[in-house]
Design a protein around this ligand. Structure first.
Ligand code: ATP
Length: 297
């Protein structure tokens, strides 16, 4: 089941077309990354699905239906850091958030603080928290009422590597507990490490979407190495299904149509022709490489 479905969403700010007919579906249980360079429309998209902004055209459905108050309660969000009171404790701040939002019960505050690993610091002032702790408290606020879906805009923005790793682990844990997570990010590495699905936006258009593995690989690449790579290179020119072959350092890189590379068959072929492979690996493209390929065209 899809938790969110967008059909042909458009949004302009005056002459600037921020979103240009966006259609996508977020499956239940996904960690769905929305990736794109600055100004590509990520925040506009999240603001629309959270009813903070209205679209010019198109529609979206949460849980198969157009928005209702009951559905909203199943969506926790973090668009920008909430205005917590610096002189109040984590618990007091969450109590205030809860009374404003009407989400969940007092017991939820305890659970949310445990989930984000701030329970032991629940009575400390917000002003004594590190940036990472502040961000985790903001996620705790989004967790009040135990929503099915969490929408997070750049959740690791401004954090140091330790803070980033903590938020990454937290998102993975929330995912394991069954929450669907939709997050905008410009950190390719983060998206590659934690997301199951990704949509890449460029100037308001989707340029790639799907499971992270699908988006990463538009073709299969196999790396080979032998004692005599130039001779192996010549031998492989007529290998069935080979799209291209090139030398990179001490290795040969063989490109095949997606799903068509068979490492065992290649190994067998080389061996039968007198070449013992010293290296054989199926290579995955890094999201960073793919992102620049897609956004620079
Ligand atoms: P960033 O990564 O920098 O936050 P983004 O991908 O979230 O960017 P948006 O903030 O959604 O992108 O902006 C998309 C486009 O819309 C940009 O060209 C931006 O300048 C423009 N835009 C966004 N908000 C407004 C606004 N309130 N008024 C005018 N233009 C806007």
């Amino acid at each position: 089941m899809d938790v969110l479905e967008l059909t042909n969403i458009t949004k302009s700010y005056g002459k600037v077309k921020a979103l240009n007919g966006i259609s996508l579906a977020v499956p239940e249980g996904a960690i769905f990354g929305i990736l794109g360079p600055n100004g590509s429309g990520k925040t506009t998209l999240l603001s629309i699905i959270l009813d903070v902004l209205s679209a010019d055209n198109g529609q979206y459905k949460w849980f198969g239906q157009k928005g209702s108050k009951e559905q909203r309660k199943q969506i926790g969000s973090l668009l920008e850091t909430p205005n917590f009171y610096h002189y109040l404790s984590a618990v007091s701040n969450l109590k205030i958030t809860q009374s404003i939002s009407g989400r969940g019960m007092v017991a939820d505050i305890e659970n949310a603080l445990k989930t984000v690993d701030l329970f032991d610091r629940r009575n400390s002032r917000f002003s004594s928290f590190s940036l990472g702790m502040k961000q985790r408290l903001a996620i705790a606020a989004a967790l009040l009422g135990d929503p099915r879906v969490l929408v997070l805009d750049e959740p690791t923005n401004g954090l140091d590597p330790v803070g980033i790793a903590e938020i990454r682990d937290l998102i993975k844990n929330l995912h394991k507990r069954g929450h669907t997570i939709i997050m905008a990010s410009h950190l390719l590495d983060e998206v590659e490490k934690i997301c199951t699905h990704v949509t890449i936006l460029k100037t308001g258009n989707i340029i790639a979407t799907g499971e992270v593995d699908e988006v990463l690989s538009d073709e299969d690449t196999i790396e080979l190495g032998s004692a005599d790579n130039p001779a192996l290179f010549r031998l492989l020119q007529d290998y069935p299904g080979l799209l291209h072959c090139k030398t990179e350092g001490k290795l040969l890189l063989l490109g095949f149509e997606k799903g068509k590379a068979d490492a065992a068959a290649i190994n067998n072929f080389c061996f039968k022709n007198g070449y013992v492979l010293q290296h054989l690996a199926i290579k995955k493209k890094r999201l960073e490489t793919r992102f620049f390929e897609l956004t620079n065209n």
